[in-house]
Design a protein around this ligand. Structure first.
Ligand code: BDR
Ligand code: CA
Length: 313
């Protein structure tokens, strides 16, 4: 009998968040304790609604809590060009079976940590607003966070500005709090997620599984690839699923320990994750940064997860 790892999924779904949650829910290694929404790809109302639709689709019955309405300090930035006006455009989805709980995301996270006999893994795949709020409001619970597997940043380049990746740019103050927290971090940034490309022929492999979740995943990929195709990509970078894959299948990735700082100011560099690759700052590493991935093994993992939903319970 495998001892499953307790996790909380926090995201701004978002097509790649949704696929990350499909992967997490299918994994026999994970015990998902809660899901929380954050504002990022769309407003908090829309990402919360999408989160409810996704958990209903995959049959995940855990508490869902809505995150804060805006980043800690900055104004919100949303990404309808990438994810559509709903934040999760494309296939029809079931209406949420349950309402979000009355508590906010950071408070639900704190309750789960308090109640857990063992430290819990957080998997944030949106801006780090909720995780930072948790650390600020409940500092005594830091030791109950076993590890943070996050999608965000990029050591070598950005995507929303030349230097900054979307999740970190949306709430750099939150990201700074998280990176400075001392909690072990594995960072799935653009360095790896831009290599986690899922090609149109992979969509067809998933579609051919012909179960209700696999069909939706293929249609999410169709939609998500639409934007990326228009800017010259050969496939869809399923960024957020890399954060989950790093926990359940780290052997398909290359990771490097380094000190990562978050730039909070500057005309060009606000929201940049500055990685001290050469150890110039002589500071201890605060993150394990994923730099590479076996793309085909990653696609196999997604396809196996999608196949899980066609199996008898
Ligand atoms: C990140 O930004 C969002 O649009 C995606 O969901 C992902 O989390 C990639 O930069
Ligand atoms: Ca996301």
């Amino acid at each position: 009998m495998i001892k499953r790892i307790p996790v909380i999924l926090d995201g701004d779904p978002g097509h790649d968040d949704a696929i990350a949650w499909v992967l997490a829910t299918a994994s026999p290694l994970l015990d998902i304790k809660a899901v929380t929404s954050v504002c990022g790809n769309q407003t908090i109302q829309k990402t919360t609604y999408n989160a409810g639709r996704i958990v209903t689709l995959v049959g995940l019955h855990v508490p869902l809590a809505m995150g804060r309405v805006k980043p800690l300090v900055a104004d919100a930035i949303i990404a309808p060009t990438v994810h559509g006006s709903s934040g999760l455009d494309g296939p029809a989805l079931p209406e949420p079976a349950d309402k979000p709980v009355d508590t906010d995301a950071a408070t639900l996270m704190a309750q789960i940590l308090e109640e857990s006999d063992e430290p819990v893994v957080l998997i944030p795949t949106g801006p780090l607003t909720n995780v930072a709020a948790l650390l600020l409001l409940y500092p005594h619970l830091k030791n109950k966070i076993r590890h943070i597997y996050l999608m965000g940043g990029g050591i070598d380049f950005g995507n929303w500005t030349p230097a900054a990746e979307f999740n970190i740019l949306v709430d750099p103050e939150a990201a700074d709090i998280v990176f400075q927290s001392g909690v072990p971090i594995t960072m799935a940034g653009l360095d790896v997620t831009e290599k986690a490309l899922v090609f149109p022929e992979d969509f067809e492999r998933i579609r051919a599984l012909n179960n209700p979740v696999a069909t939706v995943v293929a249609e999410w990929l169709d939609f998500f690839y639409g934007f990326h195709r228009s800017i010259g990509y050969p496939g869809a970078p399923v960024h957020d699923a890399v954060a989950v894959a790093a926990l359940i299948k780290p052997e398909i990735m290359t990771m490097v320990d380094m000190y990562v700082a978050v730039e909070l100011t500057g005309d060009y560099c606000r929201g940049t994750t500055v990685g001290d690759k050469l150890g110039v700052l002589k500071k201890p590493a605060n993150a394990r940064v994923i730099m590479d991935i076996d793309r085909e093994a990653f696609v196999d993992l997604l396809a196996e997860a999608a196949a899980h939903y066609g199996k008898e319970a």
